[in-house]
Write a protein that binds this ligand. Sequence first.
Ligand SMILES: C[S@@+](CC[C@H](N)C(=O)[O-])C[C@H]1O[C@@H](n2cnc3c(N)ncnc32)[C@H](O)[C@@H]1O
Length: 276
Amino acid sequence: MPIDHVLKLYSESIRSPYLHYGFWDDPESIDPNELTLDNMVKAQGRYIEHLASFIPDEVKTILDVGAGIGGNSSYLISKGYEVEALSPDEYQETVFKEKYDGQVKFHRSKFENFEPEKKYDLVFESESACYIEIEPGWKTAQKTVRDGGYLLASDYFLYHNDGSGDWHIKASHDEKSYIKKAEEYGFKLIKEFDQTENTMPTLDGAKALMERFIFPTFEYSSNYLGKNHPFILKVIKKAFGKKVDDKMKQLSLLDSKDFKKYKRYMIYLFQKVDES
Ligand SMILES: C[S@@+](CC[C@H](N)C(=O)[O-])C[C@H]1O[C@@H](n2cnc3c(N)ncnc32)[C@H](O)[C@@H]1O
């Protein structure tokens, strides 16, 4: 994979070291219309703090899989863990090189294709599990985690598939298949936490921001072009009309009610069975 431009755009525009959702301790008290980008970035900080609290005490070495632009690795290093990072993305590799000047080893590879030179106490998958194919991913995990070690995954998983082909269904793993495969490859689920409610203000806030800034900008530009340069508007519609329509349909991904209809945002801690 060369560069994931959506993640690059996200990291450059939001200016956060994280590419994951935010975590709110008291989600009911949040008014999405009042959320600012700063609130969102702070909530991303709480997400990693909360997720890291699931790391068992004896863990020392961590492979940060799907490491993004390094926010989680920095946090884990600050807590005293020895961290290496992995991602297939060229841009993220450059960010790591600039940030750590080679002090954090970066493996540029899909996890499915990774050939580990050593075993780690814990494989850390923060919002990257859904990018990794289920069976090849567990196969790699089996040779990457030491016996008795752990895999900590935090991601959204499908619990309900009504066959509608909704965008939410396309973009995530079925939770039962994921856990079943884990068992087949020697990983036992020892802890789980449903953080759906705690993370949903991310979607509600993003939707409110889109409705406040992006949609009116589109509407203004389209009205302006239609009035002053109708030919240009026609050309743009012809060239990008379908793509824009598809993107608009994908915006249902920002609807937390739709999200909850199909998915749960879970933390799963697995332990690799000790066969010695
Ligand atoms: C949503 S981002 C999460 C980044 C980071 N873990 C965080 O929490 O901020 C998903 C990450 O998974 C990476 N990724 C995509 N496909 C992958 C694969 N097959 N194996 C490992 N990482 C992958 C992406 O490049 C990106 O770094």
